[in-house]
Design a protein around this ligand. Structure first.
Ligand SMILES: Nc1ncnc2c1ncn2[C@@H]1O[C@H](COP(=O)(O)OP(=O)(O)OP(=O)(O)O)[C@@H](O)[C@H]1O
Ligand SMILES: [Mg+2]
Length: 225
């Protein structure tokens, strides 16, 4: 699905955080939101994912103007199409790893959902055998991989990702970058806010947040766009 912002602006607490920012994120591509700390990467990601309303400008998903979506439509978008891998967001600490992936309640302690698929995504994200553990007991990096496991399990159409490699060691970083690359190669839209040079190099499109107001700046790397 194509995710697009046209000249969106947003002020938070009297400070203009986004100023006529425009971006187009295409299916099958990994788009990186880059720039110095505080330039608005996370804010832009949240606006694109309809987690934050904008003051001005428009957001389009597959050409449909979703800027004024009501709460029910936003929830449907999140449920049916989107997955978020954000720091300190979306993991239910008091639930098990299995529940956090499948989002289906266990009955009398038994895991529900597609067991085989669950085992597979936990293996892919280095969390094998940890189905029954409470998510609250995982480390920061493990929680982020848990959010990624959920996204893969769901096979979301669009991934919104904030600093996915920030708290990972070299091996896990490579694994996570490869998983995102694989996601995009299957036609999914991956939007990543990141400082990580390796992650940036793996992306197809770079968007510098806060540069050149109202000008779409997409630097082609990897010769793929
Ligand atoms: N809820 C908020 N309340 C007040 N200010 C905010 C809020 N959210 C964001 N800001 C401000 O907006 C600016 C952009 O923040 P944002 O988190 O989007 O930056 P970023 O580019 O993601 O930075 P980093 O690389 O450090 O993650 C910052 O100056 C921040 O202080
Ligand atoms: Mg940020």
């Amino acid at each position: 699905m194509k995710v697009e912002a046209q000249e969106i602006s947003l002020s938070i607490g009297g400070k203009k955080v986004l100023n006529r920012e425009s971006i187009c994120c295409l299916p099958g591509k990994m788009s990186a939101l880059v720039g110095p700390s505080g330039c608005g990467k996370t804010t832009l990601l949240n606006c694109l994912g309809l987690l934050l309303p904008v003051d001005e400008g428009s957001i389009f998903i597959d050409g449909n103007n979703v800027t004024k979506f009501n709460a029910a439509s936003r929830r449907k978008f999140w449920r049916d199409y989107a997955a978020f891998i954000l720091q300190d967001y979306g993991i239910m600490d008091e639930e098990t790893v299995a529940f956090n992936v499948t989002m289906e309640s266990s009955v009398f302690g038994r895991i529900k959902g597609n067991r085989e698929r669950l085992t597979q995504v936990l293996k892919q994200t280095g969390l094998q055998g940890r189905e029954e553990e409470l998510a609250g007991h995982l480390s920061g990096g493990e929680k982020q991989r848990l959010a990624l496991a959920r996204a893969i399990y769901k096979d979301a159409k669009i991934l919104f990702v904030d600093e996915p490699t920030a708290s990972l060691d070299v091996d896990n970083r490579k694994m996570v970058i490869d998983l995102f690359t694989e996601f995009a190669s299957r036609g999914r839209t991956v939007i990543v806010s990141t400082h990580d040079q390796e992650m940036i190099e793996a992306c197809d499109v770079l968007h510098e947040v806060g540069k050149n107001n109202a000008i779409i700046k997409q630097v082609s790397i990897n010769n793929s766009v």
